[in-house]
Unconditional design. Structure first.
Lengths: 121, 121, 121, 121
DNA sequence: GTGGTCTAGACCACC
DNA sequence: GTGGTCTAGACCACG
């Protein structure tokens, strides 16, 4: 589990997403204990408070649960994480399309642009 | 010329982009006078200071020029606007790909996702 | 609007509740602007971050909305605040009853105890 | 003797209270031996350290006494347990009233609310 | 050692 | 001036 962060975007939601991805793809299993807040903060090179906030988000969503004094654990129901992830992907794509259209491209042009982008990579 | 703003994103760069698009696609022609700061602010429903800052950006980039007491005008060379627009499109697409990959999709999955999105719209 | 805080309980939820009460009882009206984060922090004698967190909670619940650079405002629909308030009252009462029963009192004893308490006040 | 715990509140004081209640209502008699720390921990499903700390509290209050190597026993004077219990009940009720008033209810409304609650149960 | 809460103070973009 | 985000570091109760 690696904490690859994009410094141009808010860190907190990125942490949230990374955990969601890890749960969705099986890197983190049901009931598994996450690293401690402090440990994540150390590995990711960010402030423990930022990590704390991200875990609070995940707990509020029901994706993990925290036990005082013992740590945070992956919730029994992984579907919430998966749904959240899909929702995020969908939202981001919607935003992307909205922005591209605001920049003057129509649906086909966007599709073509994405395909070209894919080839040049 | 309409000022369709996404309230979830910073206003100022959106205004900048809208003018770029208008110039690139011919809605605004070389030498044409833009609406006044106040008028734009009124139509777009935003703070005049924000409009002012957006126009300053455009002038700094050489996309428009301001004549004291008479207003702002589209620069003679529309290529700057076009290049700026392309650069923005490219940057946004790069960001989109980076985010989707962070969310666990590979290049092909992104391409397919975009195509499906296109169809369902 | 006064910020009377019980120092034996977490401050953040107390702030949340105070705003809910103010909205529910009409001290704060629909669309009305709240004091700034910094001002509330000053008046209440707490840290601005704590206030910020409380307002984030309220925004997440749809009770207020924040406009970047201009402040926080009471949401159009005051019913959410009222419902939230009722829910809190109900939850607290449920907790109180559960605790009293764990302490060996039955429903009638609790009722009598509350009535006596009322008289002696 | 059952260890019914509310997971939303600190475990340690709950254990303390349960023993107080058991002594006050006669489930535990003067001089009677309590279960061992390990046994209580097992039955209650909590950490033995937590049980140990709760028993230390009770001993400090004079409600039980420990004999090295043989266990903990109910103190000769049960009145301390009873008084402690009453004090806790009183404190909780005071807290409850304070919170309800902070939530906008006056004494009469609280009384009525409690009575209705009683009926609907 | 753990999470939970709070304080203090900084920086940013936006209005 | 505003809210939004982050850092730094402290204290507490719980396990």
């Amino acid at each position: 589990m690696q904490w690859k962060l994009d410094k141009d975007r808010p860190i907190c939601p990125q942490l949230t997403e990374i955990v969601c991805v890890a749960i969705a793809n099986g890197t983190l299993e049901t009931g598994q204990k996450l690293m401690s807040v402090r440990e994540i903060a150390l590995q990711a090179g960010v402030n423990p408070n930022t990590v704390q906030k991200a875990l609070e988000n995940l707990e509020r969503l029901g994706i993990i649960y925290s036990v005082r004094g013992s740590g945070s654990f992956v919730s029994d129901d992984k579907s919430v994480a998966k749904n959240t992830l899909e929702r995020i992907i969908s939202e981001r794509t919607a935003e992307y399309f909205a922005q591209m259209k605001a920049l003057g491209l129509d649906s086909n042009e966007i599709k073509n642009y994405v395909e070209e982008w894919n080839e040049n990579e």
